[in-house]
Design a protein around this ligand. Structure first.
Ligand code: HEC
Length: 385
């Protein structure tokens, strides 16, 4: 793509994403949090829900409910804390199928008001009662590049395609696994294909393409701070990138890289959200790869189609990186993008965007970015559609 086209995309993407983000406020009954009395919630829970979910929230025994589908355990913090109120409200209002669960979970939309359902939910929340676990409301939509602060059980496949110049395709599979209330382990396996630099002397052909494994990374994240009331979460991650890639083919740095970084997430009014990440890339062998500082910012907003339907999140991401040598300039990129939930359970999501270099555009390619995300704790890939 030539420079003019690229500038065209850049200019066109601002108003499109901008309009989406600043459109009228979505019908967000979900995140309002009226003052509710827990005793009303308890009374209602006991009359409407406990026959199946049990007075202790762990699920009534099978012989009493008359079906053998396992009931959720609301006292299990690992499960209950991560489910945002909006999802549970959708299920209580429209019944299990609203989120791809069984119709054995009845709809209460006719029998109970929103206020009553919210009071029940806040009572259900008290079954876990341990505030060490960051609530699901702080699990903000994942952008294409910036690392989230929320600890996750997730598998993500991502793809980056150079759309101009020396063409390359990079893929990455990321596996994330939570442990304890606030920690997460992470494994990243990159692989890709790149066109050999044949300097325009040959016709393009498949033989000019090389495939290979990249640098595998392992990391540990910890959410050091969160506040459900202010909608804030902050975490720190240490990652080690191993030189498993073939440097000769261009698939690795050829040296171990230590990557410490911090991530921050903030819920904003009207379904807006802000996220940021900042850190360093510190290679063991600085002859092979330079030390670098990076920082990334994301502003986005979520929209729900209908009352409890699909969720759309347009986001603007700004990326900055600077080699830590004197005289180096900051490299800036911009990534307008759109995330969407694909299934009813909303645990399968996709995001697509364009990474546009704002500096040194002649040396760095515009890239098309995409990911497919599976929040595997919420069910199998083919469940809940
Ligand atoms: C007739 C039995 C029954 C009653 C009454 C009932 N539920 Fe359920 N509920 C279920 C079953 C069964 C499931 C599990 C569905 C599945 O796994 O597919 C469920 C699941 C749920 C979930 C989903 C949890 C998750 O996995 O994310 C929520 C939330 C919930 N119920 C809330 C309520 C509330 C609130 C009430 C009372 C207003 C209520 N239920 C009353 C049977 C019931």
């Amino acid at each position: 793509m030539d420079k003019k086209n690229r500038n065209g995309i850049l200019i066109a993407s601002f108003p499109v994403i901008g309009l989406l983000m600043f459109a009228p406020a979505p019908s967000a009954e979900s995140r309002q949090n009226p003052e509710i009395s827990n005793s009303q919630g308890e009374t209602l829970y006991r009359s409407a829900c406990s026959s199946c979910h049990g007075t202790d929230g762990r699920g009534a025994p099978q012989y009493r409910v008359g079906f053998d589908l396992p009931l959720p355990d609301f006292s299990d913090c690992s499960f209950a804390s991560r489910e945002p109120d909006s999802d549970w409200l959708a299920i209580a209002h429209d019944g299990g199928p609203a989120r791809g669960f069984s119709e054995l979970m009845p709809a209460f939309g006719e029998a109970l008001s929103f206020g009553e359902m919210k009071s029940i939910l806040s009572y259900i929340r008290s079954f876990c009662g341990n505030e060490d676990w960051p609530p699901g409301e702080l699990n903000l939509p994942k952008s294409l590049v910036t690392e989230k602060a929320y600890p996750e059980d997730e598998a993500v496949y991502s793809l980056a395609v150079d759309v101009e110049g020396l063409t390359g395709v990079s893929n990455k599979i990321v596996y994330e696994k939570r442990f304890g209330a606030r920690n997460q382990f992470e494994l990243t396996v990159p692989f890709g294909w790149a066109e050999k630099d044949v300097s325009g002397t040959q016709e393009p052909s498949a033989e000019n393409w090389l495939g290979g494994l990249g640098d595998i990374a392992v990391g540990v994240k910890r959410a050091f701070f969160h506040n459900a009331r202010t909608g804030t979460i902050f975490s720190a991650t240490g990652e080690i990138v191993l030189p498993t890639g073939d440097r000769e083919k261009g698939f690795g740095k050829g040296t171990t890289v230590f990557e410490p970084f911090v991530s921050f997430g903030q819920v904003l009014p009207s379904e807006f959200f802000f996220q940021s990440q900042a850190g360093f890339e510190l290679p063991a062998d600085t002859d092979r790869s330079g030390r670098e500082a990076f920082w990334r910012l994301v502003l986005g907003r979520s929209f729900t189609s209908g009352r409890f339907g699909r969720s759309w999140s347009p986001m603007f991401e700004v990326l900055a990186a600077r080699e830590l040598e004197s005289g180096q300039k900051v490299q800036w990129d911009m990534v307008p993008q759109m995330q969407v939930t694909l299934n009813r359970r909303q645990h399968i999501m996709a995001n697509v965007g364009v990474r546009l270099p704002l500096t040194d555009g002649d040396m760095r390619d515009t890239q098309l970015l995409f990911y497919l995300l599976w929040d595997w704790f919420d069910g199998g890939f083919f469940e809940g559609w």
